[in-house]
Design a binder for this molecule. Sequence first.
Ligand code: DC
Length: 246
Amino acid sequence: MTGRPASLIITIDGPAGAGKSAVARLVAKRLGFHFLDTGAMYRAAVAVAIAEGIPLTHGKAIADAVQRVTLRFDWDTDPPKLYAGDVDVSQRVRDADVSCHVSPVSALPELRRVLVTQQRAIAREHGRLVTEGRDQGSIVFPDAGLKVYLDASPHIRAARRAQQLRDAGREADEQQILAGIMRRDQGDSTRADSPLVQPRGAIILDTTSLSLDEVVDHLEALALQRMAEIDCDGNEGFSDAHTTTE
Ligand code: DC
């Protein structure tokens, strides 16, 4: 019987639409961990900036505004709701204007510094955490106990995003979504500060031909295996035995 370690950070990184959010949320649920959607925090920063009329190139002003309003997740809801101050921005952060601007805004170093600090503070409070984003395994939690990099072809990622929107009762133009995904891939992986990379020591999983359940099953098995290792040797550091890339 595998124990549950007091703390274990599982990072899931990858490009837009690779299924990180859905996978991370379900894996967290199965393990009884908290789930952190860091992309939603960058999206919330854009929503706050738009609401306050701050130009979207002003990193310091956006970072200050985000600290002033305070971003907060409500961990009692599933998925956790995200608040900017008293305002529930969980839906707002998915709007097209936010999606359109989030890649360049997320490249602003002043904003990244503030959000990375907040993400580490969340991890100190919620030690058993599945966190997803672009830099979680590489920059924010380089010593995470388990690191995963999810990938999939751009076309399948666009198709999944479109389906997600339709499931939520929203309109979806797949071609437009594909163009947006490719633009964001380009921006996220070529920016100077914390570009999207496969983190050192991450397990790479191409989900193009896998169902959501298959990916979740696979990651749950990896997490349980990792927990069993921690249980055995009391070592919560990341073992190179997991390494598939360098
Ligand atoms: O995963 P997402 O589509 O909600 O992310 C929105 C944007 O935020 C995306 O352009 C990449 C950026 N992002 C980031 O730079 N670092 C993170 N940890 C998470 C997201």
